[in-house]
Design a protein around this ligand. Structure first.
Ligand SMILES: CC(C)(COP(=O)(O)OP(=O)(O)OC[C@H]1O[C@@H](n2cnc3c(N)ncnc32)[C@H](O)[C@@H]1OP(=O)(O)O)[C@@H](O)C(=O)NCCC(=O)NCCS
Length: 149
């Protein structure tokens, strides 16, 4: 079932960024017992951040777009909280950031997908270019790309 009453916004205040990074940490780092702080990198301030907010004001999904070059952007740190997965939220976040890339005249989008998310990205029009790297000796990633229309 798709949820319709969510909005996609970009975090603005330091409180919003704190809550945004916490969702990223809880979904992508905590289950592997990685330390707080491991969910961020040195490029955060140069990236576009998007978050899905439900009707109660809770952040239920987050994602980041980084510009690798004038012609290529990269989706990173896509995370939807477990109880809200499978309702179209990841697709909405992806759509928002792809639109952002297009508005910046970037049509070539790449990402490294965890094997568990491969089918999600295939469903969203990305092409699998094969294995890229193994994270923490356990999570296989795949390089995927999409040419935006
Ligand atoms: C992967 C993830 C971002 C997908 O977000 P989501 O909100 O659950 O996905 P959506 O509901 O938007 O799914 C969009 C489509 O992909 C499909 N899909 C989603 N996750 C899937 C999966 N794991 N396997 C197969 N298909 C999947 C859905 O069925 C849907 O297809 P439909 O439009 O034909 O119904 C989310 O499940 C998640 O955060 N997982 C844990 C963290 C993670 O792996 N992040 C990605 C790191 S690379």
């Amino acid at each position: 079932m798709k949820v319709s009453n969510i909005i996609i916004v970009e975090p603005q205040t330091s409180e919003e960024f704190e809550a945004y990074f916490l969702v990223r940490y809880n979904v992508l780092r905590k289950p592997w017992r990685k330390p707080i702080g491991s969910e961020k990198d040195e490029m955060e301030k140069d990236c576009t951040h998007a978050m899905a907010i439900d009707s109660n004001g809770n952040i239920i999904g987050v994602c980041r777009l980084q510009f690798n070059s004038p012609s290529q952007a990269q989706i990173r740190y896509m995370a939807v909280i477990e109880s809200e997965q499978g309702q179209g939220i990841g697709s909405r976040l992806l759509q928002y950031l792809e639109d952002k890339a297009k508005r910046n005249n970037v049509k070539n989008v790449i990402l490294h997908a965890r094997s568990s998310a491969l089918n999600f990205y295939l469903n969203c029009g990305y092409v699998n270019n094969g294995k890229s790297y193994l994270m923490w000796d356990s999570i296989q990633h795949y390089l995927m790309c999409k040419l935006l229309k």
